[in-house]
Write a protein that binds this ligand. Sequence first.
Ligand code: NAP
Length: 374
Amino acid sequence: MTEQNTTGGNNAGQYQAGGNRTGHGKREQNKALWLAKRSAPFEAGPAQVTAPAANEVVVRVRAVAVNPIDSLHGVQFLAVVPWLQFPAVVGSDVAGEVVEVGSGVTRLKPGDRVLGHAVGIEKSHNRAAEGAFQHYTVLLEHLVSAIPGTLSYEQASVLPLTLSTAATGLFQQDHLGLALPVADPPERSETVLVWGGSTSVGSNAIQLARNAGYRVVTTASPHNFDYVKSLGAAEAVDYHSSTAVDELVERIGTSPLAGALAIGRRSLAPSVAIAAKVPGRKRVTSAQPERVVRLRSPRARRPGVHVSGIWGGTLKDNEVGPAIYAGFLPGALASGAYRAAPEAVVVGEGLEAIPDAIRQLRSGVSAKKLVVTL
Ligand SMILES: NC(=O)c1ccc[n+]([C@@H]2O[C@H](COP(=O)([O-])OP(=O)(O)OC[C@H]3O[C@@H](n4cnc5c(N)ncnc54)[C@H](OP(=O)(O)O)[C@@H]3O)[C@@H](O)[C@H]2O)c1
């Protein structure tokens, strides 16, 4: 990585902060997994450590998980994150320890063990300093949760992006607008349909909806039925079945639908069909961004059913982000009301192992999250 590349564009705003020293008082250099341009391969190289703004924290990253969005290449960047400025550091899922906090941060302090959603690829941030795939990253304080001592960094790193995506879909007013999760939720009579409960997004959606008091009906392959039920689903149906829609309508029964979250390929049309048939709210939100939903699934729509597409980073700009990361998750992880799921599978150590983790993710996982330690 050339000096010119590491200091270009918005990413030129990085500067050397004073607080990041090892226990022996030696400054540890930051190192990042860079993408020099849209079609370039990942390349590990030096990076500066950026001081936190008032509402930010700097975290020494100990584990990262990989997501489909990390595997974008070439023109795919133009379709999904056209604004992304290169050289870029991507990655969203971080667990590690806080090393420095901004002047406005009172909830966290250096030494805290945390997980956090890194938002470097978000349009309003677009900053390499905030990507996950580096040793020191900058996180928004309100997208960071303290984790209990019993939870490993590896397991904690499975949560952030897919937790944010599920929370955005379930709780943002422009999507399902459901009641937020709390420590002792009232048992509600309404059902939430989570199509794709064994995905990472689905694993979070089931738990969030349950912790908000809703009954959950979901889909998964039969070998994952016990898994999704262990997360709180009342019913599970095999999405491969030709009768899946009818089975789900029957399992939802007379409990009014609070809304449906459609996750996975070809999940929107059946979810919309179910919402049209059962009593309750006719709202379906897809785990695909709105632009993708509009392009790929125009025929999935039906009159009378409201359809929306999620962008998992939008909760940083509204009440849902702090409600989940500051208000709900730390206590729920500590009490056991919320599990860091799915299971982390550590596939390597060091930034150089991340490209291979992304390659493995492309071949598919089932109720697992691929993790690299740093
Ligand atoms: N909009 C956003 O901001 C955002 C953010 C993150 C993810 N996403 C999207 O959300 C989706 C899920 O991502 P993820 O990381 O959670 O996935 P994942 O954990 O990698 O998903 C793996 C699981 O997908 C399930 N699956 C495969 N095909 C399915 C289908 N047609 N219907 C239902 N389930 C299916 C499999 O379940 P079984 O093994 O039980 O068959 C498997 O367990 C992806 O499309 C991803 O691009 C969107």
